[in-house]
Design a protein around this ligand. Sequence first.
Ligand code: HEC
Ligand SMILES: [Cu+2]
Length: 371
Amino acid sequence: MTDQPGREPEQRLPVPRPEAQPPAPVERFTASPSVRQVELSPERAAQIVRQSSNARWVGFLAVVVVVLFVALYWFYELGAPLGITESRLEAEVGAQQVTAVTRGYNIYQANCARCHGVNGEGGIGPTLNRQDKLFVHLNENYLRNILEAGGRYACGDPLSAMPVWADTGNPPGPLNYVQIEELIAFLRATNDDQYVIRDDELYEPVMDPLTGEEKTFTPWRDENYKPEPGATPYPDCWTKEFTSGPSAAPSGSPVGSGAPSAPASAGPAGSAAPSGAATGSVVKIQAAGIAFDPTELSAPAGAGFTLELANNDAGIPHDVDIRDAAGTSLFKTDTFPDAATKTYEVPPLAAGSYPFVCTVHANMTGTLTVE
Ligand code: HEC
Ligand SMILES: [Cu+2]
């Protein structure tokens, strides 16, 4: 560059420095000074201490609440120790068992009692309440199967009097699977508990009109029952109990066996004993339709007589068991299921009246008058 005429000469370095000035004061924080203050005021410090102690309390209480809840729920669910309360699930299972047994009782009375007896003592159908049968023979599976398949499941008799009960059976029966399970619960229930009889529809206790108290029932099975050591297990088919195996009652020996005969009646003494052993009178009785005919027999006192038993129920075992007033068996014929007529020599009996029963069918009874 060159100086221009008429102008001031160009300034050349070093340029004179402007006079040094103090730096402009800069606010580096925009918050108010009170906030910026590092030291706490005594009030603030006290407040912080209070707050943190409150917070700890809240936390502590929250933990206590949770711990208590867990503990209480634990005992509620699993049962308090020392048997104070029962586990909730177990109690529920127990309550359901009671309900099932109670309902099963009603189902039994409505459907089964007419053949198996109100207390399972037997009748047209076999006894159900005996411990030796309940021990293994009448187990849950067997019951379920026979209710599903009907009486033919017991001994394979296609003409069995017992129908199919389960509605899943063929042909379908009247009971659904819940009712079947309830029935089984009742049949298998143990006799250490009493149950209140309840109305079928309202499930209200049934009252005894005389005493005004709730009616109850006791199931049959004895949980502590043990069969005699060495005892033969109950046969798969219930009629085998009568046709084989040792029988406690003294068994008469047949002296003759006729072919299936026409229904015999207790008429005048006939010439029925083919062996000729019978010299005294002949007493005839027939079993037909799971009943004795006649139910009144008479025989001479002090002299033996011939008992002629005609079984006209093919496939259904019958016998005649003559007992004394105390129920002790005095004379028992064989129990035979075939449609046959068999004769037996009965030893002399003292004058009196003797009840007789069929040991298979508790409802088959009669009276023998010896005079
Ligand atoms: C019409 C009469 C009748 C009715 C009702 C009846 N049963 Fe039976 N039940 C029989 C007869 C008969 C037998 C024997 C079966 C056979 O061998 O043919 C039998 C057999 C049984 C057996 C097998 C017994 C054994 O010793 O093996 C059981 C269990 C049984 N019934 C349960 C029931 C139940 C539960 C009911 C009610 C739902 C019922 N029965 C209703 C007649 C009946
Ligand atoms: Cu009988």
